[in-house]
Design a protein around this ligand. Structure first.
Ligand SMILES: Nc1ncnc2c1ncn2[C@@H]1O[C@H](COP(=O)(O)OP(=O)(O)OP(=O)(O)O)[C@@H](O)[C@H]1O
Ligand SMILES: [Mg+2]
Length: 271
């Protein structure tokens, strides 16, 4: 069963000489329980595409159909509610409220959707327990590790039982161990909870859990991503990355090093 259908979606930023075609005529379906990975170089249109799927950005043309409703056609005032209930977002930078504890961040998402604070609290605690944060859920985001903050943000994304979970570089700020844990969580979210998961990432390892990988370049999507021509190893975590779209790089004495994440680059800098 298709949970999501996007048809001929286009996004043009600006107009005239300076117009940027960020997403150009993209169509695909996503089934229930499917994990779709979207890979592509920086600036290829990944975040723009994900934002349109999530109703955060309106396409210039085309349709985004979620559970039978074309969200590009619904009244603007209905969109926040659809977004809240149908879609869970996970971002690279976690986007947590810094003055709320982990459990309060998750609880708040439930309250926004109309749950009583008692119900929302119980549910938030249950989800965080499942994500093995029972001991740390009362801490503020600043007191949590990157991996723990990302688990809080995944819990928040699951709070209103969305059919679709969207993740933009969810492992980009994590070390390789936490990145692996987060990846396995997405796997469970799709295969046990039967949600559809769309992940945008440079992380080659996510291919291992993805049912399908799409490649995007200059706003255009193709089925078969080109085989990585130049796999190199991140010198810190040892992960294989495609040198063409490694998120971080550094040149030392004429030699170029590529990194899977900011965390690895920083560790490298401290050496
Ligand atoms: N609000 C905006 N106004 C104008 N141009 C934009 C805007 N947002 C994105 N763009 C442009 O659209 C193109 C696609 O951007 P997008 O952020 O989707 O890329 P991306 O694939 O997510 O890149 P990265 O891997 O670096 O995150 C880029 O050329 C970008 O400069
Ligand atoms: Mg992006």
């Amino acid at each position: 069963m298709n949970i999501l259908t996007i048809q001929k979606v286009k996004k043009i930023f600006g107009s005239g000489e300076t117009a940027v075609k960020a997403v150009d005529d993209v169509s695909f379906d996503v089934k229930q329980g499917e994990i779709l990975l979207i890979m592509g170089p920086s600036g290829s249109g990944k975040t723009t595409l994900l934002s349109m799927i999530g109703g955060l950005l309106t396409p210039t043309s085309g349709s985004v159909i979620i559970g039978g409703t074309d969200i590009t056609k619904v009244a603007k005032n209905r969109l926040p509610d659809i977004r809240l209930r149908a879609i869970g977002f996970v971002f690279q930078s976690f986007n947590l409220f810094q003055n709320l504890s982990g459990v309060e961040n998750v609880q708040y998402a439930g309250e926004l959707a109309g749950q009583s604070s008692t119900k929302a609290r119980q549910k938030a605690e249950a989800i965080l327990n499942e994500l093995h944060l029972e001991k740390r859920m009362r801490a503020l985001p600043a007191e949590l590790s990157g991996g723990q903050q990302q688990r809080v943000s995944i819990a928040r994304a699951l709070m209103n039982d969305p059919k679709i979970v969207l993740a933009d570089e969810p492992t980009g700020n994590l070390d390789s161990q936490s990145g692996h844990e987060v990846m396995m969580l997405f796997h469970n979210i799709a295969k046990e909870d039967r949600r559809s998961v769309i992940i945008v990432s440079h992380d080659q390892r996510i291919k291992d859990i993805a049912d399908r990988t799409l490649w995007i370049e200059d706003g255009r999507v193709s089925d078969a991503p080109p085989e990585p021509q130049a796999l190199v190893r991140d010198p810190v975590c040892g992960m294989r990355i495609d040198s063409r779209y490694a998120p971080f790089s550094k040149t030392v004495k004429g030699k170029i090093f590529k990194f899977c994440s900011k965390d690895c680059l920083e560790k490298f800098n401290r050496r």
